[in-house]
Design a protein around this ligand. Structure first.
Ligand SMILES: Cc1cc2nc3c(=O)[nH]c(=O)nc-3n(C[C@H](O)[C@H](O)[C@H](O)COP(=O)(O)OP(=O)(O)OC[C@H]3O[C@@H](n4cnc5c(N)ncnc54)[C@H](O)[C@@H]3O)c2cc1C
Length: 304
């Protein structure tokens, strides 16, 4: 039986893995896609201490994994299909096999929130995207729209401006929520055009995106932007479906924890974007992972 099973190989899970292994635990980490989690969706992380020139999100994932690997952590690339968190022995089903662990750290993170428009799922990959760094290069020389007004929307627009002819940033308010430095950069970039007080209303195009109709929230006037790509940057939703009903969550699905990352189930911890945290960043996810693993180690040693 494992001491600590970690679900998710983003910054929170990998940091938990590092602390768990360095603390002498028998730990395992399960990752369904690739290490780095959401951090891999941005071309540059500029605010993670120690990387003063910034670091590519994908590279940061690799660095975090290799750092944990130095202490013996092995990442198993598999999706955890179900869990049973009640009782002293926790059970995870991975690739059809049951894994037993004394403690579990939930670090499944979050995924982008859809725009909620008709035919959005059908057009995903045919012009609709949730990841500018993954898909931006496909739109070279074209016009695209980014929907949102926070850090992600503005940094996506700046990244897309490298490839595309024009980026419209569609935002429901008259001012951005993004960091001032990002705003200044975006206002100075002539390829970026802001469409304020507007919401995305409908996609134009049958087989692929050929335009985006937006509505002015003040006047109700409709306008169609001539874009072939629409990048959604309207927030994230926690990936807590796996444990819904087993640990206490907020209404919007964030796992409730205390400052030790403990959930309401003994031996079960949550770390990073999946939990009720005031800041969803790499630095806080890493810190959460460290706290969760330290607490899980204490739990194991208290119980012999
Ligand atoms: C576009 C973008 C730009 C960003 N820019 C910055 C920035 O500049 N600076 C900054 O500090 N932060 C930035 N962030 C935020 C930062 O990436 C996140 O706060 C951080 O990645 C959260 O880490 P996490 O480990 O909690 O979750 P995640 O990064 O979401 O990782 C969760 C991992 O769990 C895996 N997983 C989920 N379910 C399962 C399962 N059932 N079985 C196995 N694996 C599973 C997922 O595949 C994923 O790899 C950005 C995020 C985005 C989307």
């Amino acid at each position: 039986m494992l001491d600590i099973a970690i679900i998710g190989g983003g910054p929170a899970g990998l940091s938990a893995g590092l602390y768990a292994m360095r603390g002498g635990a028998d730990a395992a980490l399960y990752e369904g896609l690739f290490v780095g989690g959401q951090a891999t969706k941005t071309h540059r992380i500029d605010n993670y201490p120690g990387f003063r020139e910034g670091v590519e999100g994908f590279q940061l994932g690799v660095e975090l994994e290799q750092h944990a690997a130095r202490f013996g952590l092995t990442v198993t690339y598999a999706t955890v299909e179900s869990v049973d968190l009640a009782g002293d022995v926790k059970k995870l089903v991975v690739d059809g096999e049951t894994v037993e662990a004394r403690t579990v750290i939930l670090a499944m993170g979050a995924k982008p929130r859809p725009l909620g428009l008709p035919r959005e799922a059908e057009l995903t990959g045919k012009g609709v995207s949730y990841c500018a760094t993954c898909d931006g290069a496909f739109f070279k020389g074209k016009q695209v729209a980014v929907v949102g007004g926070g850090d992600t929307a503005v940094s996506d627009a700046l990244y897309l401006a490298r490839f595309v002819e024009r980026v419209y940033v569609v935002h429901r308010r008259g001012e951005l929520r993004a960091a001032k430095s990002l705003q200044q950069a975006a206002f100075a970039e002539e390829k970026v055009e802001f469409v304020f007080h507007s919401v995305a209303e409908a996609f134009v195009g049958e087989e692929k995106v050929e335009g985006l109709t937006v509505k002015d929230v003040r006047t109700g006037a409709l306008r169609t932007l001539p874009v072939s790509g629409v990048f959604a940057a309207v927030g994230i939703v926690p990936e807590s479906g796996l444990v819904r009903g087993q640990v206490a969550c907020t209404e919007d699905g964030r796992i409730r924890t205390n400052e030790f990352m403990e959930t309401d189930v003994p031996g079960v911890y949550a770390a990073g974007d999946i939990r009720t945290t005031p800041l969803r960043q790499v630095i806080t996810a890493c810190a959460d992972g460290a706290v969760a693993a330290t607490r899980a180690l204490e739990y194991c040693s208290e119980r012999g």
